[in-house]
Design a protein around this ligand. Structure first.
Ligand SMILES: [Fe+2]
Ligand SMILES: [Fe+2]
Length: 464
């Protein structure tokens, strides 16, 4: 049975620089409306299950007034505010004024897509609101569940039970979930504490600390918050303290993960790789990889390299829209010149917000596009002048690029990605971009399970 429902979205305001149709969920119908304050005030609005607003060109109406008028017209619909200029993006203020969510485009397009998809799903199947999504990855075969698990079948618009409370989840079912496109299953909210107890038990049996569901959620929220904190205009003590706290929280999360053994970490890394590309996920992944790689290289204070990872591309959000919307390979020389400023822009944004950063972090960020053969930017430094943290960051950046799912491109496993980079960079030292010595060490430690210089016990098994 085909789902008959359509998802009605009303779009207030127009702009041509962002193609909304790319992020709309299947079955949605959009209606574009011009802002008409009188009509809004009279409650004369087209019906919609979700409302999208671009900033009105008429600046005489305040954001608060606009939100109030819209809420009167749409008392129970979600209202999203979309911003294309970084200067207009003060997320907390937008939400405080009454919007349900705010997105900075194009950077947050995958977060917008996800939120729109969820909203459409909930409107199609309201009972889903009583369920929470959890990662399939956290389920273990043949272990008795004390909570039920369901999967959503879009064609039938139905939730079907896949695992029952009191019964073990068979290996076959779990394989099917892993092989299908089900990254998540749904657990009823009343049973969520049982799920948490289950993951805690399973993890402690496996000698792990934190579930992947928890870790990914924490990272995503932390990174998004940290970045949107950097947009707040008035530099208050508050902003400063909060940014610092988030960086610390992030370090804790990554450090907790690093208490596990390399083979486990690599397995988890591989499981991360099913995810689609998003700007925040890129920052979060690069941060995680940079920290793992720094530890594998035996570097002191790997948390600092993780912090550099989480911030390294933040300056991209300050680029002009025509640059932001273009693939690097398609950029005009002029756009490319602007794009090459993003490492410096990152430093500028951070400095402006007075986030205290160690010089080591600043250097790593500034040099993350420098290449060993001197072909990088912004300074064209060669290998001996690029700091090791920046070299690691560059490898983590490329590693995320190679292992992330992108349209028209097959993603690589961690092992293949490292092998690929070694092959590309090891052939001719004259045109070596990434440091091949680091790559070879990473392969030895992470894939072959050799010990780092700092380790002397617990020989590790290769996960592959
Ligand atoms: Fe970059
Ligand atoms: Fe990057």
């Amino acid at each position: 049975m085909q789902s008959p429902s359509v998802f009605n979205i009303v779009v207030f305001g127009t702009q041509s620089e962002f193609d909304l149709t790319k992020v709309l969920p299947e079955g949605s119908v959009i209606q574009n409306v011009n802002y008409d304050i009188d009509k809004l005030a009279e409650g004369e609005v087209p019906p919609g299950e979700l409302v999208i607003c671009f900033p009105p060109s008429d600046k005489s109406i305040s954001m608060l007034e606009l939100a109030q008028l819209l809420r009167m017209g749409y008392p129970s619909s979600l209202i999203f505010y979309l911003v294309l200029r970084r200067e207009d993006f003060e997320k907390k203020r937008i939400i405080k004024n009454g919007f349900d969510n705010a997105f900075l485009l194009p950077w947050e397009s995958s977060e917008l897509q996800q939120s729109l998809g969820e909203a459409a799903l909930y409107s199609r199947l309201p009972e889903l609101k009583d369920y929470a999504p959890v990662k399939v990855l956290d389920l273990v075969a043949e272990k008795v569940l004390d909570f039920g698990t369901k999967v959503y079948l879009p064609v039938n618009n139905k939730l079907v039970t896949i695992g029952r409370s009191g019964e073990p989840l068979s290996g076959d079912k779990l394989r099917m979930l892993n092989e299908g496109s089900y990254g998540t299953v749904f657990v009823h909210k009343s049973e969520l504490s049982n799920f948490h107890d289950y993951t805690k038990k399973v993890l402690s049996e496996m000698g792990q600390i934190q579930s992947e569901t928890e870790r990914q959620e924490k990272m995503r929220v932390a990174v998004r918050e940290l970045v949107s904190d950097l947009f707040v205009d008035d530099v208050q003590e508050n902003t400063f303290g909060k940014s610092k706290a988030i960086v610390e929280e992030l370090s804790k999360t990554v450090s907790a993960m690093m208490k596990e053994q390399y083979p486990v970490i690599m397995k988890k890394m591989e499981s991360l790789l099913n995810e689609e590309y998003s700007f925040y996920r890129h920052l979060s992944n690069v941060s995680t990889y940079a920290m793992i790689f720094s530890m594998a290289m035996g570097l002191e204070k790997p948390q600092e390299v993780a912090v550099a990872g989480v911030l390294h591309d933040v300056g991209k959000t300050a680029l002009p829209l025509e640059v932001a919307n273009t693939e690097e390979s398609q950029m005009s020389p002029h756009a490319l010149e602007a794009y090459h400023k993003h490492p410096q822009l990152t430093i500028d944004v951070i400095k402006m917000k007075r986030v205290p950063l160690h010089e080591r972090i600043t250097k790593a960020i500034l040099q993350h596009h420098e290449r060993c053969d001197g072909s990088g930017y912004p300074a064209g430094l060669n290998g001996s002048r690029i700091c090791v943290e920046a070299k690691i960051l560059a490898i983590a950046d490329e590693f995320d690029y190679l292992t992330t799912l992108k349209p028209g491109q097959t993603k690589m496993t961690p092992k293949d990605a490292l092998d690929h980079m070694i092959k590309e960079n090891g052939a001719n030292p004259v045109v070596m971009k990434l440091d091949v010595n680091i790559l070879v060490t990473l392969r030895e430690v992470l894939i072959e399970g050799k010990l780092t210089k700092k380790e002397d016990k617990n020989a590790k098994q290769s996960p592959f």
